[in-house]
Design a binder for this molecule. Structure first.
Ligand code: SF4
Length: 245
C-alpha cells in the first residue's frame, strides 16, 4: 500500500507535486446531489468488489500495524514477501521489541527504507509491549504517537483491525481516483480525507477506501486508466484526463 505522507521521515511523492487547480466546486460542504453521487459510487464499487479487505497479510491487529508501517513507499506484494517470515520469527510485540536491529534490517532488506522501517517497527513494538500490554491501542491519538504511524496507517488499523470508522484511508490510489472522480480538489492527504468524510456515508468509510485501492490498481491506473471498461464511468467526470476519443 503506497503511502501518502506519514509521520515517518519517509518522503511522500504527493508532498512534492504542485498544487492542482480548483475543481468546479470548492472543498466545502457537499451539495445533496454530490452526496447522492458519492453514495452511488459506493454502490457501484461494492458491486465490482464485493470482497473488500486489505491485500496485506496479517492475522491480528499487531501484524496489521507492523505490515502497514512497512508498506510505506512499497507495494503490498513486496511487504507480504517479507512479513510471512518476519511474523513467524517474531510472533508478537514482545518478541519483535527484543529483536536485534541487525536481524530486523536483514529481514526487511528487500524493502525500501528498510533501516528506518526496522527502527520504527522495533520501537513501535516496544511501546506496545511496555505501554499497551502487547496490544494495539484503539484510538487515533494513541496510534499516531507510534513511530512510523500517521493517520493513514492508523485508519487502516482502526478500520480493518477493529472495525472502527474513525477516518478514511488515503493512500496514493485513493488520492488519485478520488480526484478523477471529482470527490476532492485537494492534494494533501488530510484534506483529501476531510473532503471524502463529508461526502462518503460513514458506514462505507472502511470498505470505500479498500475498494478504491483495488479500483486504482485494476482500472483507474495512474498512467493508462481503463475508462472505457470502468464500472464508474457514468458517474465520473474524469477530472484531469483528456476527453475519451
Ligand atoms: S472513468 Fe476513468 S477516471 Fe473515472 S474512475 Fe473510471 S478509470 Fe478512473
Amino acid at each position: 500500500m503506497s503511502v501518502a505522507r506519514e509521520g515517518s521521515g519517509i518522503p511522500s511523492p504527493e508532498a512534492q507535486r504542485p498544487r492542482r487547480k480548483p475543481l468546479r466546486h470548492p472543498s466545502s460542504a457537499p451539495l445533496p446531489s454530490e452526496r447522492r453521487r458519492a453514495a452511488a459510487i459506493c454502490r457501484r464499487l461494492a458491486a465490482a468488489y464485493p470482497d473488500s479487505h486489505p491485500a496485506l497479510h496479517y492475522r491480528n491487529p499487531v501484524e496489521l500495524l507492523i505490515a502497514t508501517i512497512l508498506s510505506a513507499r512499497c507495494t503490498d506484494e513486496q511487504v507480504n514477501r517479507v512479513t510471512d517470515g518476519l511474523f513467524s520469527r517474531y510472533p508478537n510485540a514482545a518478541s519483535l521489541a527484543s529483536a536485534p536491529l541487525g536481524a530486523l534490517e536483514e529481514a526487511l532488506r528487500r524493502l525500501g527504507f528498510f533501516r528506518t522501517k526496522a527502527r520504527h517497527i522495533r520501537m513501535a513494538a516496544r511501546i506496545l509491549a511496555e505501554r499497551w500490554d502487547g496490544q494495539v491501542p484503539q484510538k487515533m491519538e494513541e496510534l499516531i504517537e507510534l513511530p512510523g504511524v500517521g493517520r493513514k496507517t492508523a485508519n487502516v488499523v482502526l478500520g480493518n483491525g477493529f472495525g472502527l470508522s474513525v477516518g478514511i484511508v488515503v493512500d496514493t490510489h485513493v488520492a488519485r481516483v478520488s480526484y478523477r472522480l471529482g470527490l476532492t480538489d485537494q492534494t494533501l492527504p488530510e484534506r483529501i480525507e476531510a473532503d471524502l468524510m463529508q461526502r462518503i456515508p460513514r458506514k462505507e468509510w472502511i470498505a470505500f477506501s479498500n475498494r478504491l485501492i483495488f479500483h486504482g490498481r485494476r482500472r483507474c491506473r495512474s498512467r493508462k486508466p481503463d475508462c472505457r471498461h470502468c464500472e464508474l464511468l457514468s458517474l465520473c467526470p474524469r477530472v484531469g484526463l483528456s476527453p475519451l476519443p
